[in-house]
Design a protein around this ligand. Structure first.
Ligand SMILES: NC(=O)c1ccc[n+]([C@@H]2O[C@H](COP(=O)([O-])OP(=O)(O)OC[C@H]3O[C@@H](n4cnc5c(N)ncnc54)[C@H](OP(=O)(O)O)[C@@H]3O)[C@@H](O)[C@H]2O)c1
Length: 274
């Protein structure tokens, strides 16, 4: 079920000021969902702290416990390999807040095992387009979190794109589609841009054509709800250019390559959680 955006009235701590931590904070600030004076980021690297403090007027500290303070929600944005150690270290301080983990592959049960009984845990797989408020977040609740808390988290991520609440069993597959997805689409744009250069276009022109076409196609699919096959058929006039190109892509088994790629991402997501 897709959720609608809502303003967040509590205090937010973000543990880990890396790529995703920054992308989420910048999206939340730009959308006005959480004011800067209610966000604190914990980041261990001094140079990175300086960078974040120069870009955003949020609190930026080195220590996780200090960032937590009286936070109502804590977004854990460290690498999956660092999650166990960080959650163990913050366990007591986390008792009253909702813990939102965005770590690929790490299950709610694993997070709960480091926390006091009854702690509220939500697992979210966002993606980097949250930075431009077009993210896709997949949201699943742990064993003790309330529906209202899950909706609050989903509402926060809806403010920077879309959020969908799913059973946790769908997280690995979702991660492989939308979590990693921006890289797949960027690869397609790069491939088309290079192909355009090979055909005599400038890189800038070729990339602009590819990006706008991706954007327009996504909007068309979203707004009309049409099946992608119908869109392909609609562009493929008899004996025309598109069908000539599509036949090459089918011969090169592009669909099979995507299916294998997604399957590899699902496997990796499961490995990270084990
Ligand atoms: N990148 C994506 O597209 C994407 C998409 C969805 C979900 N995710 C998830 O988001 C999480 C973060 O990924 P990322 O790409 O943002 O990684 P990243 O750029 O490496 O950011 C992680 C940040 O957390 C910091 N950190 C490590 N230990 C910490 C601690 N004890 N307290 C506070 N900060 C700490 C790291 O500092 P150091 O550099 O010193 O380690 C680093 O700045 C991962 O779990 C990933 O699975 C990423």
């Amino acid at each position: 079920m897709m959720t609608t955006p809502n303003r967040f009235s509590g205090r937010l701590a973000v543990i880990g000021g890396g790529k995703m931590g920054e992308a989420i904070v910048s999206g939340l600030l730009a959308s006005g969902t959480v004011p800067a004076d209610r966000i604190t980021i914990a980041e261990p690297v001094g140079a990175r702290r300086d960078e974040l403090a120069s870009r955003y007027s949020v609190g930026v500290v080195s220590d996780g416990i200090q960032a937590l303070g009286d936070a109502d929600m804590v977004i854990l944005a460290v690498k999956p390999q660092a999650v166990d150690q960080v959650v163990k270290g913050l366990s007591q301080a986390l008792a009253r807040a909702v813990l939102v983990s965005i770590a690929a592959g790490i299950t709610c049960a694993r997070l709960e095992s480091f926390l006091p009984e009854g702690s509220s845990v939500v697992r979210v797989m966002p993606n980097t387009p949250v930075m431009v408020r077009e993210g896709m977040a997949i949201v699943s609740g742990g064993s003790s979190v309330s529906d209202e808390q899950i909706q609050t988290v989903a509402g926060l991520f809806s403010a920077v794109g879309r959020a969908i609440v799913v059973p946790e069993s769908a997280q690995d597959a979702g991660t492989a589609i939308s979590g990693s997805g921006p890289a797949y689409f960027a690869l397609v744009v790069d491939a088309l841009a290079r192909a355009g250069v090979a055909q005599g276009l400038t890189r800038d022109t070729a990339q602009a054509l590819a990006v706008q076409t991706m954007l327009g196609t996504a909007k068309m699919l979203e707004e009309t709800g049409m099946h992608p096959e119908a869109l392909i058929d609609g562009v493929s006039s008899p004996g025309g250019t598109t069908i000539a190109a599509i036949n090459v892509l089918e011969d090169r088994a592009v669909r099979a390559a995507f299916a294998e790629a997604v399957s590899a991402a699902v496997r990796r997501s499961r490995e990270l959680g084990s």
